[in-house]
Design a protein around this ligand. Structure first.
Ligand SMILES: [Zn+2]
Length: 654
């Protein structure tokens, strides 16, 4: 072969390698199949099982009603009146939830419902091609007034699109549901409907200029760029990658890629899914621009804009630094959807960069926000989690409140087994300390994790079957002190040089009977409110502690069908009458906590000096339900309190 020919051949190979990725039957190669990570008894298994019961109370035909309606098919049931303008958005979440819970537990009713939904959606997609001939080929959405919106949008007329409630957000949910039914259960019909729907998305916008695309993306649109990246990964067809980039909102992308935090006063859950899409594009293309955008967004939100429980946003928006006091005054605290999406972004970032900082954030948000957003008895979902002292939260009821956070809530509690372990070549990452059994099929090995963490400060892993050489990467959490973590393998302590917020590698031939004990000493700590230094939260290890303060006027505790039922609308108790901690040396506050015997993670604080005192019983915030609570405390020195008191007196006089 001549030199020129060889160079040509090499160039061709490089071009092909760059332009196409191999089609994949799996999107997240570092994750185990859900059925291969079995949850054992504990709060997460309880939440997952309860959630399945809750999910099965929903009427599938009502969930599917908007899809049939828009496709011109006769009604089988009436749609939901609540959040009617966004009807259809819950359908995709519900499909994801059915798929994940079936994949994880083998629940037959979840499978039956999933299969039924897919057959109905297939019928809708086919009907759209016939009944909506000028715009409907491939469409599988349930957005109200679809015809008016999409038939005009394809011609560049955005009037109907703009007067509707987040059409792209709405249909993104069904894209994700169809993807997940294929991804988690291998349902090929779902894959076909998904890809046809993706083609519809490309066709309906094919006549729009890039400028018009950006104008369209000004409205909340979920992670619609994400699903085109998924389609690219599934098929290897570059047209989907082109679409993923076309559907990326440059207002956020350009700022984040330039390390410019432009999030002040922006709707939080509109922005987070965009960043998920940026990161998915980055993962598949290694494009530096998208890589920087995804990771800078995450750093900004987790580092500067999140509360101690991992949530962000007040009144659904990111406040400017000077407006952060709103978190204390408002009852519309962080929205659950935001944390659902931040965890997705975290999973995606971890796949390309398995750093412990991602797992640290994941754990914090999982326990303190996600787990807390399900009522542990009736299974209702929470929308807002107020940080306002002595306020409370309200919960959804099945088939009534069809909020966005009901949609994400349906998914949240079915994916607790997703991130406990991940793998990467010959490394197994132990990310979370949750009782579970792992079947690592590729290695022919089974591992059981036994723990009641965080009620105890340790976990134990036992290899129960097989033998294989691999690196066990044990997470050294940020909340364990330097040199305080202990790892004991078959009775022998493992020495290490790592520091908190890292992974410790234990590389050996593992075999049945091997036992790894990990000791995780926890301590109390104080966290300041972002940009409001006078307010603090009290943590124990990664667990946010709160205190119940009463049950008066819990108006709308279980929300009705009203448009604003998600807002805890009971009386706002005056902030200045809430308990205020008086302490000249703030570092001493944690010394005042006294553990209550036989009640893990529960403390009194009899020595704490307080204005407006209460009998403090601190407990994990995720266990506080049906009550008003303290999550953040005003904490002042004696001098600060005198000036605060004087300023209140002036205000009252005025
Ligand atoms: Zn929401």
């Amino acid at each position: 072969m001549s030199k020129i020919k060889l160079v040509f051949l090499v160039l061709c190979c490089i071009f092909l390698a760059c332009s196409k990725i191999k089609a994949q039957d799996k999107l997240y190669p570092n994750e185990f199949q859900l059925k291969d990570v079995v949850l054992l008894e504990g709060p997460f298994k309880h939440a997952r099982d309860l959630n399945i019961q809750t999910l099965l109370k929903y009427d599938v035909d009502r969930i599917l009603a908007p899809f049939r309606k828009e496709a011109g098919l006769p009604a089988k049931a009436s749609g939901f009146p609540n959040w009617e303008g966004l009807d259809g958005h819950v359908g995709g979440h519900y499909l994801t939830a059915m798929a994940m819970n079936y994949a994880a537990t083998g629940n037959a009713e979840c499978k039956r419902r999933m299969d039924y939904m897919i057959s109905e959606l297939k019928a809708c997609q086919e009907a759209n091609e016939i009944n909506n001939i000028d715009w409907g080929k491939g469409y599988a959405g349930g957005m109200p007034n679809s015809k008016a919106i999409w038939s005009t949008l394809q011609k560049g007329d955005f009037r109907a699109y703009r007067s509707a409630w987040a059409p792209c957000y709405n249909i993104h949910k069904m894209y994700a549901g169809l993807r997940d039914a294929w991804l988690y259960t291998g349902n090929n019909d779902s894959r076909t409907i998904f890809l046809k729907f993706c083609d519809w998305g490309i066709n309906i916008t094919s006549a729009l200029t890039d400028e018009q695309m950006q104008s369209m993306l000004d409205a909340e649109h979920g992670g619609i760029n994400e699903i085109f990246a998924d389609a690219y990964q599934i098929t290897g067809d570059v047209k989907y990658l082109v679409a993923a980039k076309r559907f990326s909102h440059r207002m956020l992308l350009d700022a984040m890629a330039a390390d410019n935090d432009n999030l002040d006063n922006k709707h939080a859950n509109t922005q987070i899914p965009k960043a998920i899409g940026f990161q998915r594009i980055a993962e598949l293309t290694h494009d530096k621009y998208f890589t920087e955008a995804g990771s800078f967004f995450w750093e900004t939100v987790t580092g500067k804009r999140s509360l101690a429980f991992g949530g962000n946003s007040r009144r659904e928006f990111f406040p400017s630094p000077s407006s952060c006091i709103d978190f204390i005054n408002d009852v519309e605290g962080p929205e659950s959807c935001n944390s659902y999406n931040m965890l997705k972004l975290t999973e995606d970032l971890f796949r390309t960069d398995p750093s412990a900082k991602y797992a640290d954030y994941y754990e914090r948000t999982l326990y303190n926000h996600i787990l807390s957003t399900q009522h542990p008895e009736h299974g209702g979902y929470v929308y807002f989690t107020p940080a306002r002292p002595r306020h409370y939260r309200v919960y959804s009821a099945p088939n009534e409140a069809m909020w966005c956070c009901v949609g994400t809530g349906m998914e949240n509690h079915g994916k607790y087994n997703q991130f406990i372990y991940t793998h990467n070549n010959d490394s197994l990452y132990l990310n979370l300390f949750i009782a579970s059994e792992l079947n690592w099929k590729e290695k022919g090995i089974k591992i059981k994790q036994e723990t009641i963490f965080p009620d105890e400060e340790k976990t134990k892993l036992t290899v129960t079957e097989g033998s294989s050489h691999f690196n066990l990467m044990i997470r050294y959490p940020s909340w364990v002190k330097d040199a305080a973590l202990k790892i004991i393998v078959n009775g022998k302590a493992v020495s290490y040089k790592s520091h908190p917020s890292s992974y410790i590698a234990v590389d050996r031939l593992w075999k049945a009977g091997d036992v790894v004990q990990v000791l995780l000493p926890m301590q109390n700590s104080i966290e300041h409110f972002p940009n409001v230094p006078s307010y603090i939260a009290i943590m124990h290890g990664p667990i946010l502690l709160g205190a119940k303060t009463g049950t008066e006027d819990l108006k709308g505790l279980i929300a009705d069908d009203g448009r604003w039922g998600q807002i805890p609308g009971g009386q706002k108790l005056p902030v200045d009458k809430a308990p205020i901690i008086i302490e000249d040396d703030i570092s001493k506050i944690t010394d005042e906590l006294v553990p209550i015997k036989d009640k893990p993670l529960t403390f009194t604080a009899p020595g704490l000096k307080m204005i407006n005192p209460i009998k403090v019983v601190l407990e994990p915030f995720y266990k506080i339900h049906d009550a008003r609570y303290m999550m953040y405390w005003m904490s002042l020195t004696n001098t600060q309190y005198r000036s605060y008191h004087d300023s209140l007196a002036v205000q009252h006089k005025e």
